[in-house]
Design a protein. Sequence first.
Lengths: 448, 343, 399
Amino acid sequence: MNNSTFSRRRVLKTGAIASAGLALPTYLRADGHTGFTNAPGDNEVILGFNVPQTGPYADEGADELRAYELAVEHLNGGGDGGMLGTFSSKVLDGTGILGREVKYVTGDTQTKSDAARASARSMIEKDGAIMITGGSSSGVAVAVQALCQEAGIIFMAGLTHSNDTTGKDRRANGFRHFFNSYMSGAALAPVLAANYGTDRKAYHLTADYNWGYTTEEAVKSSTEALGWETVNAVKTPLTQTDFSSYIAPVLNSGADVLVLNHYGGNMVNSLTNAVQFGLREAQANGQNFEIIVPLYSRLMAKGAGANVKGIFGSTNWHWSLQDEGSKAFVQSFGTKYGFPPSQAAHTTYVQTLLYADAVTRANSFNPCAVVEALEDYEFDGLGNGKTLYRGADHQCFKDVLVVKGKENPENEFDLLEIVEVTPVEQVTYAPDHPQFAGGDLGTCNPGA
Amino acid sequence: MDQIILQILNGLDKGSAYALIALGLTLIFGTLGVVNFAHGALFMMGAFVAVTVSKLLALSHKVVDETRTDFLGKPLQVDVPYVYDWFGQGAGDTIIDWAVPISILFAIPIMVAIGFIMERGLIKHFYKRPHADQILVTFGLAIVLQEIIKYFYGANPIPTPAPSAFTGSFDFGVAFGFDPNAIIYPYWRLVYFFFSIIVIGAVFAFLQFTTFGMVVRAGMADRETVGMLGINIDKRFTVMFGIAAAVAGLAGVMYVPINPPNYHMGMDFLVLSFVVVVVGGMGSLPGAVAAGFLLGILESFASMSAVINILPGINQIIIYLVAIIILLTRPRGLMGRKGVMEE
Amino acid sequence: MLGLEKKDFRLLLIVVALTMLAPFILNPFPEGSDMAQFNAGYPDLMQRFVIFGILAIGFNILFGLTGYLSFGHAAFLGVGSYAAVWMFKLLSMNVIPAILLSVVIAGVFALIIGYVSLRRSGIYFSILTLAFAQMSYALAYSVLTPLTGGETGLQPKPGDPRILDRALEPGETATPGLFGLFDMRDSLELTVGNWVFTFNAGYYFAAVIMIIAFYMSIRIFRSPFGMMLRAIKSNQTRMSYTGLNARPYTLAAFVISGMYAGLAGGLLVSMDPQAGAERMFWTASGEIVLMTILGGAGTLIGPVLGAGFIKYFENIVSKINKTTLEGWFYWLPDGLEDLVITVIYPFVGKGWHLTLGLLFMLVVIFLPGGLVQGGQKIAAAFTRKKPDDAKSSATEPAE
């Protein structure tokens, strides 16, 4: 093992031994001559991995971190190369990024926007990170994205599903590979109509914050377009742990479908409670009562145990996909860590590769060059089929998976089965769609 | 009408969790005068006793099954629990199924022991220290305890279901002449409610009808005099701490099937249980229990959509709003004693 | 001097020296060395040190002097932050109106909450303040989203009116500044050998305000008003026998300390224009309490030390990962290296909470007077001077 300290100013060590002088006034340590913030030296480049390491999403954050470490290993030529082999772009050759060895720093977002920004700022100001990525909630993604815009750093969002990230809070320096509430709704609705019929009355329980609002709106509008009726939509506090008082009235409300617009611990508890109250076996309006979870996460589904069986939802990616990219990624992740990657791990791995690829194609670390390289870029082989990074809002457009909790899991990771791969055309929307209105991408900011 | 009955049931169920946790907290307040921020952590430890017991019961050895493959395409390793080997598959399944009730047997001695160690090793040195120091040390302890649990069990919730005999729900409505499905309630939540009534009753009976309880009550009222009578009150307070820990732990064990436990569940309940204790009135056990049920029922009513539609956000703040109103109209909460924690 | 006793003036001078030289003091290790991980001399953390210092100083005026333990102080921080961001959005990116408004709004908020809460004392008071803060948090996160931004927080955006500022050029971002003289983010860098020191405009702006806030808190501690507050703490009943009504004094202390928190909130968004509801959650209020007790409640400098201590752990220890550890211990023999890393790893990175919790316990067990007492012990060991000098500068801990 070699001495692997990281500092962007390591170069200074060799030069300027006793030279003291005042540099120009700089903002967040931009290098005056390179024209952008934290320009890397000739030997190494530093990426900032900002993930939740404490708090309820710590396990998801830990999985993201594993994926980042794997991505760095592959970029530097280690391991089996993972998805580098299946990626449609072939400019990455395992020699780091533009010949510089990839190093990284980590931080803890605590799933709080304040803490996430503090951590991101320390990466930018202290460690000289050229790109920040990660996160497991939309609040954090929006906060860090805005910071990166101001600082002139590229932000590659991790797990963030709210429409706002690439909607009303979109920023030129920020990019999202993960799918969003609208896509979940658009992908789910036809499958639900096919399985449960078009004569359905839905009851929504919605987490009382931005992500909940956008998800409720998306699912509501897509299902109503197919003939469903929305009986009621009740907001539940984020800090709620016991949902019994929200679940209990559902069965007698005239509804025959319950939509749980919850994520993380909220989802685990509300789903568990709903099954406790016998909703899965109940009959209403002469039909079987059904429960729907618009955004599934395998890690969280594990927390709900057997309660997920037979329940529909959507997900960004799942390890059981059989395309070459997914197989390569599962193989290399599974070999290194002993269990399959989560969707959070997948999206963060892909984001790191996409960034490295964009820099290489642009032949520059300058954020504006990277933005240009990523905008309207089409690629394949990263597990989601043909994908487009749309220039108008920096959102990835790709197929969406509709999944169902598996009835007879083969092993502890085999919790979800893929019901349908919804083609990208069906989930594409206009950049100024009402659910995404009010945003202004602005122009890229290189910092200096 | 059926909705109101349903929410009263919900309230009683929520309230029984609040009351159990608050009971232990107020015992420690009342007898020892210690502000215990680690009490939520004790609740969490109880829950993880149940998790641990169910994991131990399901402890398995690997058997390679050549006919199936795992996610990497290698032969699948099937877990076979040891209890299958010992008792056969049928009996083994039953034992694993009943893990949560079985863990009560383990939880009592374990939690009492944890309580003893905490009191003798740490808390007793803080009886004479200012409340601020007690807060700092118990808060530190709470963080340490939950980080230890996180280290071993991760941050995700761990599903630990009730015995299958108690899954599903009971249709009350039919029995009372309502439509089917109007008032149904899960069996395990009913179990939780009756369990908490029994525990609360047992603690009250213990304090009311035993000599030990009498001495402790005397000690709560006037510790110095009891000491001068030559009674070793310290020793009894240690036992009280053990009992409080056991009550919190049992609340945790039985809570596990209701919501999958995670390492920070104690912190989620901590603030709420402080509010319950204070609303009930410092130093009053019946007050804590009454406040627990009262806040549980009000919280349930506030979450009805008819109420939220009139007052948006009321479900977010109801507990705190009620706490403020009660504390302003009744200076020492519902049944507080004068002079306890008022300085 | 400046109306201070010699001893207090000396303390003030020490604080001035420490804050002004902080970029040097906090960056003791050369760039690129293994120990550079422990450097804290970068703008964000330095700013946080002084801003949370202000918060703790203000909290100490209430808790240290009167003994009233507010468990909802984070609400004032949050309200101040929101007020300041709204000033950025509506009026100007100049920090002065933003900070003034945040102090005023927090003061008004404190007046209302204090008026109600101070009708009770002891733990009843604590729970009342907690209840108000939790209500503020819950509403700001959910139904007040149009006003607070909810989950995603409130930030200035390119399309905001900003009636006093000129329109933004395309691609320009609005950053908080002082009358266009300088931006809060401007920094000067000084390179001496392998060391790099960063002098950040925002930091010095906040540091000057902290020194003023500290000076004012000394004046309050030593004033007749401060004596009155201490009297309330030691025996409120006796005070009321002498015909004095304690309420106006405690309310004044509460409002002053709420305004300090609002000031901190305004400064926080001036350095980093984003306000999220989490900063009003009860854990944030609890953190303020912990800072004060950890440093030494009732002492002048203690709360500032406590604030620095907690923020240092949050920002430095949480960033140490396995690769960092491998970098430190690469020179050990392989087996031993793995062992050392396995032992240390649970305490750093994602385990930083564990370390913090253990340190809370150790400090309160071995240093009942907080970090200040630790400092005095060390000082006493070195100087062997008569200890009563140190004693009098540090008043007794709370209660």
